[in-house]
Design a protein around this ligand. Sequence first.
Ligand code: NAI
Ligand code: MG
Length: 323
Amino acid sequence: MTKIAIVEGDGIGREVIPEAEKILRFFLPNAEFVKVELGFDQWKKTGSACSKENMTTLKEMDAVLFGAVTTPPDPEYKSVLLEIRHELDLYANIRPVKSESVDLVIVRENTEGLYSGIEEIGEDKSTTLRVITKAGSRRIAEKACSLNIQRNQNTPLVIGHKANVLKSDILFRDTCITVAESQNLPVRSMFIDALCLDVLLHPDRYDVIVTTNMFGDILSDACGYLTGGLGMLPSANIGENHALFEPVHGSAPDIAGRNIANPIAAVRSAAMLLEYLGMKTEAEKIEKAVQQTLSLRIVTPDLGGNASTRDVGENILAKISEH
Ligand code: NAI
Ligand code: MG
């Protein structure tokens, strides 16, 4: 039996995930859904943001649907999501950016780089260690190459880096080039800062962009501009043995608790989960229903509408059931 963990987390995670969960349950009527409570609210209640039992449960699942967690800027508080990505070794963060005119995907290395978690925080000096390994660069490059081949858009694989200033990026860039060349794939190597602007100006010139952890984090939020905002962008966190699907956005405390968050990023994350389980047709049905809902302008305030989170979720599900 397929086992899916449902993690709502904090803030709008509690509002958008139930909408995505309904759609998963529609397509997976026989799956076992296991609700896992973790995040900042949980930390406030119990003193632990993610218990050992929670982590064990996540590891036993076929896939995880994840909302968002609040990470307070307290040096004593470690990001739960970083911990989960490390524990489950979810090394590839796949972030598609798709709209009528845009179709690209950011492949972000998800376990090392500047989010290594190796830090020394002091009064007068704080340091964070940026870790780049050949093995880590190779596996993310391989993932990006296979996506590039699968998508077949005849566009070179783009490597986003800053090897001129960050010498650790020479290893990342060169490993990516070696992997791509070994598969006869054309590559374009670009400085991440210039890339950030160019992808917004000319998204049509891009297909797969592979980059390190923090650059990918920033680049994918910026690409929200191409699709109508953060409420639209889904992502997959994939490892050899585990997979977790989540919207790119965070817990959005500024709009939480008002039933106005856009659930589309979460719904699309559920579609990516189904595709991961081999249910590509079902995933396509979800995307079609999202498109129909958008055309009907049943949208939340971030997209200029006045529909609620639940209205949008229920409309998408209704469209799916009609097909
Ligand atoms: P955020 O992504 O939560 O919000 C940024 C802005 O986008 C806010 O104005 C918010 O209202 C808007 N927004 C985000 N998602 C939306 C949606 N679905 N519909 C409509 N509007 C939406 O990022 P922010 O404000 O920097 O961080 C808030 C908290 O979330 C922090 O504690 C942060 O650490 C955490 N966070 C968690 C992430 C995760 O769990 N994967 C990712 C990013 C941030
Ligand atoms: Mg982010």
